[in-house]
Design a protein around this ligand. Structure first.
Ligand SMILES: [Zn+2]
Length: 276
């Protein structure tokens, strides 16, 4: 109970500050409070701090060279404001896994949580840094060159950033578990397997994100800007026409499915190397 209250207070403070700095819309604030409270309340401090690190670094990275990105990929790119859909797409599965962990405290669910957060973190780092690549992206499926910012396009720089993003979550998770073990009871040294599992599942999850982007994600065309976009309503204000992919499979659904992929890969590897 106390943990839930602590989670609520911490999430509310962070969400409010993020809103003040234009990183979250009002709906995004509610989403962040929900996800943060559940994750801290049912998962614990390591879970909560991993989530907060992901959120803070993603927000910072979105702003890094924002003007260049606008010029390169999407001149209608709107700040780095995240709405409730984006918040739930990135952190919703993690919060759900925290709920499960409360009833079944197994390290398999810890691995699944880190795998899901590593996936969305890898995806964010890959996107935000990859977009600055001087080499144009290639489609993950066919290798065809595609314009910067295209769904499903990958670059060496972006993939390297994704790898680092996944590794970061693994190392952070392990360090926090060790600190938790130092101040409390328990032994975290035996949990070092968490780093390679998180790295691999996060990287595979983010590649799955690109795969969905290249194949079945809904892609639209703006007649005014003569540009492909993931949005049904383009930033210029014009309603776009459906070009390919499944209409309902927008970026948020793709992110959620990828985080699920990352979590499942983590559980699968856990099953092989850690056991019951
Ligand atoms: Zn347009």
């Amino acid at each position: 109970m106390l943990q839930l209250v602590a989670g609520l207070v911490l999430s509310a403070v962070i969400a409010f500050l993020a809103h003040r700095r234009d990183a979250l819309t009002i709906s995004g604030v509610w989403g962040a409070i929900l996800v943060g409270t559940i994750t801290v309340g049912f998962g614990g401090w390591t879970w909560g701090l991993v989530l907060i690190a992901f959120f803070a670094l993603s927000t910072g990275l979105s702003r890094y060279r924002q003007a260049d990105k606008r010029e390169l990929a999407d001149k209608f790119l709107k700040g780095a404001q995240r709405d409730v859909g984006q918040v739930l797409a990135n952190g919703g599965l993690g919060a759900f896994i925290a709920l499960l962990y409360f009833s079944y405290p197994t390290s398999a669910l810890l691995a699944a949580f880190l795998g899901s957060i590593a996936t969305v973190n890898a995806d964010t780092w890959g996107t935000e840094i990859g977009i600055l690549s001087r080499v144009p992206p290639r489609l993950i499926t066919t290798g065809r060159r595609v314009p910067v910012g295209s769904s499903g396009g990958i670059t060496l720089l972006g993939t390297a950033a994704s790898t680092l993003g996944a590794l970061f979550i693994g190392v952070l998770g392990y360090v926090l578990l060790c600190i938790e073990a130092l101040v409390g009871a328990g032994n975290a040294l035996g949990l070092s397997w968490i780093i390679p599992i998180t790295l691999i599942s996060g990287l595979l999850g983010s590649l799955f994100d690109s795969l969905l982007g290249a194949t079945v994600q809904g892609i639209f065309h703006c007649a005014r800007c003569e540009a492909e976009t993931e949005k049904e309503l383009h930033g210029c204000g014009l309603r776009t026409s459906h070009l390919r992919g499944w209409r309902w499979l927008n970026n948020d659904v793709v992110n959620l499915l990828s985080s699920l992929c990352g979590a499942l890969v983590a559980i699968a590897i856990w099953g092989v190397i850690v056991g019951r």
